[in-house]
Design a protein around this ligand. Structure first.
Ligand code: SF4
Length: 460
């Protein structure tokens, strides 16, 4: 019996695949991304070597993650920040609420962070009567529309400028024919006051830097800087896998993330935060908290094969390259992390039985692996998830029997040569009706390889 998540995924995917207007918008936005990627890549004399080096750095960070986390904690604590270890989402949420109560907080400004999506922070804060305002323009649009982000880098990728103008007109009373520049100015004006009102600013972290005890935040709008520098309290929430060993590694990771995330050579604002405001400094928060979140990441760390998925720097390139993502879109997955990398990590961070279907939502074309800046073997990890699902009894009886028979037939020359292609087509396609629901017919060639081989040898 398919899980409820699988049924919902299939139903939503079916609708989206037939939605040509959705596809047009996605193809348009991804084509703009594809057009600028070569510019970003041109800054590397050998982009493949850069990717190789990045993979090695992340390998070192993840293999000795415990040591780097402790190094980070001890340094940033010495610089005045408080580190909180959160085992799961509930832990993180309770700690954030406690800080909010201590600070009498009623308004929070938040910069874009997928980890806060993962723990459903905004819903939680709303239930506790704390207003949380998204300050990244794409996230602000999504929040106005009551939708989760569609893409890990480009939250409103599925919306055209006309969609956004309509949304702003409905929610903020702007002119429906306003240009993107005018709409941006409206959002800017609204948000400026929120920075002033907010008692707390929340950001994520693109990287946790062990040797300086710092948090690296990358953004294009300056909203993360305002979120962490203006309110009196700054909370950072970061997955533990965001670790890099040294500040020197940023000279590689910042351009790589920019290039593969948005095609820029370097993102507009890159900020390093190493603690709250120090004596003699003119700005920055009085208090800084860093919440280091596990939430299933150590499950992945425990698996020697899957561990490499923790190298991900969330650039989103694999989503843009994936033919499945481009057809079904980001919301069909119903996960925080969608696309190929989401399909790899979600079953391992959450529940294999509920989410294994995502590992089958791939053509295994390998395009995701090809584009990944840290060279994660994404398509092989998808296969590994499938393997794990079979080993742990998560595949169904019919599927197991079908593959058993298939294997037996394929390994036996006489069976392979029995009957012509019409009979084989009929036999096999009658057995795999369920499998064929979302796939085409299996068509056998007129002659088997063995027959062709024999004929060819006869000619020579
Ligand atoms: S898996 Fe690779 S390509 Fe995909 S988001 Fe992560 S770093 Fe980018």
């Amino acid at each position: 019996m398919p899980s409820q998540q699988e049924q919902s995924f299939l139903a939503k995917s079916k609708i989206k695949t037939a939605d040509l207007e959705h596809r047009r918008k996605i193809n348009f936005n991804i084509s703009k991304y594809n057009a600028v990627i070569p510019q970003g890549k041109s800054q590397f004399s050998d982009v493949n070597l850069a990717k190789e080096r990045a993979k090695n750095v992340k390998w070192r960070a993840i293999e000795t993650l415990d040591q780097y986390l402790e190094e980070f904690e001890s340094r940033i604590t010495r610089q005045g920040a408080k580190v909180i270890w959160a085992e799961n989402a509930q832990d993180a949420l309770e700690n954030i609420l406690k800080i909010c109560k201590d600070k009498n907080c009623t308004t929070i400004v938040k910069s874009k962070s997928m980890v806060t999506e993962e723990i459903h922070l905004n819903d939680f804060l709303e239930k506790n009567k704390i207003e949380s305002v998204e300050t990244d323009l794409g996230e602000y649009i999504q929040q106005l529309d009551g939708e989760p982000p569609y893409h890990i880098v480009t939250p409103a990728m599925h919306k055209s400028k006309e969609d956004v103008a309509k949304l702003f007109a409905q929610k903020l009373g702007t002119d429906p024919s306003a240009t993107p520049e005018q709409l941006t100015l409206v959002a800017r004006e609204k948000l400026r006051q929120r920075y002033i009102d907010a008692e707390i600013g929340i950001t994520g972290a693109n990287f946790i830097v062990a040797d300086i005890g710092g948090i690296a935040v990358t953004e294009n709008e300056g909203n993360a800087r305002l979120s962490c520098a203006w309110p009196k309290t700054h909370i950072v929430i970061a997955g533990i896998e965001k670790m890099i060993p040294s500040i020197n590694d940023l000279s590689l990771f910042w351009p790589l993330l920019s290039t593969f995330g948005t095609g820029q050579k370097v993102t507009v604002y890159n900020t390093l935060i190493t603690g709250p405001r120090q004596a003699g400094e003119t700005d920055g928060p009085e208090d800084m908290y860093v919440i280091l979140l596990d939430n299933g990441r150590t499950n992945i760390l425990a698996s020697e094969k899957q561990r490499e998925s923790l190298y991900c720097i969330r650039c989103g390139a694999c989503l843009n390259a994936c033919p499945v993502y481009k057809n079904i879109g980001g919301h069909a997955y119903e996960t925080t992390y969608s696309g190929p990398i989401g399909s790899v990590i979600t079953p391992n961070m959450r529940d294999l039985g509920d989410w294994k279907h995502l590992s089958y939502a791939s053509t295994l074309c390998g395009n995701c692996t090809e584009v990944c800046p840290v060279k994660i073997n994404i398509h092989e990890l998808l296969l590994e998830n499938r393997n794990e699902a079979v080993k742990t009894g998560e595949s169904n009886f019919g599927e197991r029997m079908a593959w058993k028979l298939w294997k037996r037939a394929m390994l036996n020359r006489r069976t392979m040569n029995t009957g012509n292609s019409t009979i084989k087509n009929w036999v096999v396609n009658s057995f795999v009706k369920e499998w064929k629901k979302n796939r085409g017919e299996i068509v056998f060639p007129k002659k088997s390889f063995n027959q062709m081989w024999t004929e060819m040898k006869g000619k020579n």
